[in-house]
Structure formats: structure tokens, C-alpha cells
Design a protein around this ligand. Structure first.
Ligand SMILES: C[S@@+](CC[C@H](N)C(=O)[O-])C[C@H]1O[C@@H](n2cnc3c(N)ncnc32)[C@H](O)[C@@H]1O
Length: 298
């Protein structure tokens, strides 16, 4: 027997809410839409759901009730203009990071150069690097990622966007390497890079994330950044000192408590302390929280 879509949605929303899912209505609509193979905004146009469809929807809902990330169930995440393949083993790109991309796009476009060299350290699914390669154009974008699992998503996402990058005359160089080791490909880039960006692991080792989606499903390697969370940030700054050209742009994402210019726990503080950057500025996300630091290489 078929069921009215509206009551199915209300029921799923309630179950997701009871399971502590932060956005139960949106998730309910997305799960139903995904099962039916339609856009979320079309769910209101489907009056009834038949038994087979309902069984499929139930399988997905049951996963979400167990707090498996929505993006793992759907297998994708939107980021800027891209739809990226994601799943277990790779960090799910966050909307906050889109702002770091926005600042970098603006910087590079304002420069109006014939060609840009850009580096993304700790690239995960390739979200930042691919957004820059496709939106800015005329760029050589290097993306470094250590995890083999994450790197396999990155290469798939690169392949899916290869045509688009060709159209805008960008080249993507994916490197499966650790930023803690010397990277041979960077030897020729000393002092000539236009922008170096990173959303590195930045959670202090002892801090346990609250949300089950993060705690149980994000790779540990993507989250933890040493005792104070800033181990990778320090390496990113050191690499930027060597690689950026004078006037080059740095952008580093950080936790909301790492935005201080005066305390050692702040990314702006570390950038200023290096004495290699000017115009150091901390920027906020859409919730008004300190989220990323930018600066210009002296
Ligand atoms: C917070 S995630 C960010 C991923 C991506 N930049 C994004 O914004 O969606 C951090 C990433 O750093 C990677 N990572 C951890 N240690 C690394 C290392 N030593 N060298 C390169 N990447 C590393 C993790 O595997 C993970 O993909």
C-alpha cells in the first residue's frame, strides 16, 4: 500500500530528530529525494510513495538514525560549484571552508595574472584545490594529501572535473605525500607561488568531537593536530615562508578558539610571529566565529 509523501516525511523527520540529527527536516527531504532520484525541491510534488520505494527509503533512514553522515549515505557533498564524491576515509568538506576559497579566488582574480601557481596542503577530497582550479582558471594547482584513502577520492574528483579545468586552462597536480616530509615537486617552486592555502587537521589531540558523525566517521588523521592542535599549522606557515613569492597570499583555516593575534594559541599570532607576513587578518564564518586567517608574504 502506498503512503502519502507528506506523512512519510513527517515520520522520518521525527525519528531523525529523536536520534539527535541536527537538521532533521532537510535530511528527511534529501534522503527521500535521493531514493526517488529527484531534486530535494521536487519532493513536494510527489504525492505518494509505493512499497518498494518506501523500503529503499527505510534503509537510508535507518543509517541516518545511527548517525552515519548524510554525505556518506548520499556519496557526495556540494562545495562551491562542485559536487564532490565523498565517503568513509575522506574528510567531508564543510561550508565554512567555502569562505576561505572565496577570499583566495578574489585575491587571485584581482591580480589578473596570465598564470597563477597555487598550493593546497592537506587537500582531502580536493575541495579547495578543485574549487580554485575551476573558478580562477589559468592556474597550476598543486594538492598534497597524505592519506591513501582520501587521495583516492581526490583523484576521482579530479578526473570528474578534468574537462572543466581544461576549459578554463588550469592544470591539477595531485601529490600523495606528507607535508611533514620534503616534497620534491616543491623544490622548483621556492619563492614563486601566488597562493598557499590549507585546511589542516587542527583539533587538539585530547579534545573529543561531540557529534557522532565526526567522532565515529571522520578519519582521525583529518582531525587531530597535536597537543595544541597547531602542529600542522606551524608546518604550513614554514612551507609558505619558503614557497610564496613576495606579495603572495596565505589562507589557513582554524578552530574558532584559534583566532587570536596576541596569544600563542592563535593562527594570526603564529603568522605575525614568523615576521614573514603582513596584512594578517582573521576572518569569521557565517556563524560569526573566527574561522580562517589570511596574510600577504613580505
Ligand atoms: C581537516 S581535513 C581537510 C581536507 C580538505 N582540505 C577540506 O577542506 O575538505 C585535513 C586533511 O589533512 C590530511 N593530512 C593529515 N596529515 C597530513 C600530512 N602529514 N600531510 C598531508 N596531508 C595530511 C588528512 O588526511 C585530511 O585529508
Amino acid at each position: 500500500m502506498s503512503k502519502p509523501t507528506r506523512s512519510v516525511l513527517v515520520d522520518i523527520e521525527l525519528r531523525l530528530k529523536n536520534a539527535g540529527v541536527p537538521s532533521p527536516r532537510v535530511d528527511a527531504e534529501l534522503l527521500v529525494a535521493f531514493s526517488l532520484g529527484i531534486e530535494r525541491n521536487r519532493t513536494g510534488l510527489v504525492r505518494e510513495i509505493d512499497d518498494d520505494q518506501y523500503r529503499e527509503i527505510e534503509k537510508l533512514v535507518e543509517k541516518r538514525v545511527r548517525r552515519i553522515p548524510l554525505q556518506h549515505i548520499l556519496g557526495e557533498q556540494g562545495f562551491r560549484r562542485l559536487v564532490l564524491e565523498v565517503g568513509p576515509g575522506v574528510f567531508i568538506p564543510r561550508p565554512e571552508t567555502e569562505l576561505l576559497v572565496e577570499s583566495t579566488v578574489r585575491y587571485l582574480k584581482d591580480k589578473k595574472q596570465d598564470r597563477n601557481i597555487v598550493i593546497d596542503l592537506c587537500a582531502g577530497s580536493g575541495a579547495i584545490a578543485l574549487a580554485l582550479a575551476t573558478e580562477v582558471g589559468n592556474s597550476d594547482v598543486y594538492a598534497v594529501e597524505k592519506s591513501l584513502e582520501a587521495f583516492s577520492y581526490l583523484t576521482k574528483n579530479v578526473a570528474a572535473n578534468q574537462d572543466l579545468m581544461k576549459t578554463v586552462n588550469s592544470k591539477f597536480i595531485a601529490l600523495n605525500a606528507s607535508i611533514l616530509e620534503p616534497i620534491t615537486e616543491f623544490e622548483k617552486l621556492n619563492g614563486i607561488v601566488d597562493a598557499l592555502v590549507s585546511n589542516p587537521p587542527y583539533i587538539p589531540n585530547k579534545m573529543i568531537p561531540r557529534e557522532p558523525e565526526v567522532k565515529n566517521h571522520e578519519p582521525e588523521m583529518a582531525l587531530f593536530g597535536g597537543k595544541d592542535g597547531l602542529d600542522f599549522v606551524r608546518v604550513v606557515i614554514k612551507l609558505a615562508q619558503d614557497l610564496l613569492k613576495p606579495g603572495g597570499f596565505i589562507a589557513i583555516e582554524h578552530a574558532d578558539v584559534q583566532g587570536s593575534t596576541v596569544e600563542e594559541t592563535g593562527v594570526p599570532y603564529l603568522l605575525l610571529e614568523s615576521k614573514s607576513f603582513t596584512k594578517v587578518e582573521d576572518r569569521r564564518d557565517l556563524n560569526g566565529l573566527a574561522r580562517y586567517t589570511v596574510g600577504i608574504k613580505i
